[in-house]
Design a protein around this ligand. Sequence first.
Ligand code: GAR
Length: 193
Amino acid sequence: MKKPIRLAIFASGNGSNAQQIAEYFAGTGEVLISAIYCNNAGAYVLERARLLGIPSVLFNREILYDSTAILQDLKSKKVDWIVLAGFLWLIPDYILEAYPRNIINIHPALLPAYGGKGMFGMKVHEAVIAAGEKESGITMHHVNGKYDDGDVLFQARCTVNNGDTPEMLAAKIHDLEYTFYPQIIEKTIRTKS
Ligand code: GAR
């Protein structure tokens, strides 16, 4: 039997994308979620991990940036790919170097617009609406050492209607993310593995 591909999910908050990804691959045996890594002790994604039966690893800034403990943990779990799902810190160089082009992020806008430091979650949708944009969307991209900056793998668009609130736009964007993120992860890892 072919060896399974092991994914780690990094998330900072609610974790609805993390759950979608985990459920998409559950039971396939071909793609395993090794753990959910989280930098926020109060994040609901930790509860989701518990309910899904996926191990979670909680860390702080010192552990991520001043030690190699997270990389050691990834290696001990034989993780092949890292998927960011609402993870709000930069990935440090030593992890980027250990996983060249094997780290994927999702951003809730059409990059390069509305990306960069401080642009995450609802802040993005508020900015899109404040600018009077007629469309927004999602971008999946390779991760490098800058915020929202790597090569684009995939984009999908949605309409921004007059009167849409940031919450209404967030719901449209989440629908796109749930539909496409697991599929594009699968396509990307199968192409390279
Ligand atoms: C998602 O919309 C994701 O695109 C965004 O955070 C949200 C997390 O939702 N990521 C960023 O803004 C990264 N710059 P979730 O925790 O429910 O999956």
